[in-house]
Design a protein around this ligand. Structure first.
Ligand SMILES: [Fe+2]
Length: 271
């Protein structure tokens, strides 16, 4: 099974750019088309938050239309800090799991070779994330229900620091409590996040946690400085998480949306 992860789309109302200069709708549609064109065909698509730029119903309607004309496999979404649960539950209610819980957008996907547990780390109108006691309890009980099935967690806010300080200030605030829950459940192999608009990997308990690049704009790689955050248009990308039945592991590849020179054949150069 190949699971495509795209993240941080920041979709705007039809015809509008994000931050006055970033054509996130065009970039998102190009990303979705690249996912659709990939062979072998992906089995499912996970979108790890910041679906919309401002949580507007019109932004979710625009995304719904884009998904309808590009993706013909199941799409699993969760909210990011730019999202609004009500908008997702209204305009994207046709997507699996979105309506499973009356309050949060969290659910599990049990009909794939790898189980997906999709978390809602949103704190309304705040940039940081949090899993309150109810959501942590739901996570613990959901993981306890299938202790032997390899599992991927999907969540927007990463539960680890990375050195980009303006982003480190807005990660998952109760990450210690989250990590304590994960440590109890050995079947969790991977924790897939968004939020930072860069490819980043770190250990979390016994699992590998990672952040995927955005299909739209990226965040400047600015380590250990106190400069304000900046964005750029480094290559848009998505990730492909591949379940290898033997030896029972998930390997991850980064794929670029745009085309680059090549491919060329390998030749031995004259010595
Ligand atoms: Fe984002």
């Amino acid at each position: 099974m190949i699971l495509a992860q795209i993240t941080d789309l920041h979709v705007r109302p039809h015809g509008m750019a994000a931050m006055r200069a970033c054509e996130t709708n065009m970039l998102t549609e190009r990303g979705l088309r690249a996912v659709r064109a990939f062979r072998p065909k992906v089995g499912a698509v996970m979108i790890t938050g910041d679906l919309a730029a401002n949580g507007l119903d019109s932004e979710y309607r625009e995304l719904a239309a884009m998904l309808r004309r590009t993706i013909d496999v199941p799409v699993y979404v969760i909210p990011g800090n730019h999202d609004r649960r009500e908008g997702i539950k209204t305009e994207l209610r046709h997507l699996p799991g979105v309506g499973d819980d009356a309050e949060f957008v969290h659910y599990s996907v049990d009909d794939l070779p790898v189980r997906l547990v999709m978390l809602d780390t949103l704190v309304p109108a705040a940039p940081h994330g949090e899993l309150c006691a109810r959501r942590l309890g739901w996570l613990d009980a959901t993981l306890a229900a299938a202790p032997h099935k390899p599992t991927i967690i999907g969540m927007h806010h990463p539960p680890f620091l990375c050195g980009i300080r303006h982003m480190d200030g807005i990660i998952l605030r109760d990450s210690d409590a989250f990590i304590a829950v994960i440590a109890k459940h050995r079947q969790v192999q991977r924790i897939l996040c968004g939020h930072h608009h860069r490819a980043i990997t770190a250990p979390v308990a016994h699992a590998i946690a990672s952040i995927a690049p955005s299909v739209a704009h990226q965040v400047e790689l600015d380590l250990f400085s106190d400069n304000p955050g900046l964005w750029n248009l480094e290559p848009a990308a998505f990730q492909l998480h591949v379940w290898l039945e033997q030896p029972g592991i998930i390997v991850s590849h980064t794929a670029y949306v745009e085309q680059y020179p090549g491919p060329y054949p390998f030749f031995a150069d004259p010595v």
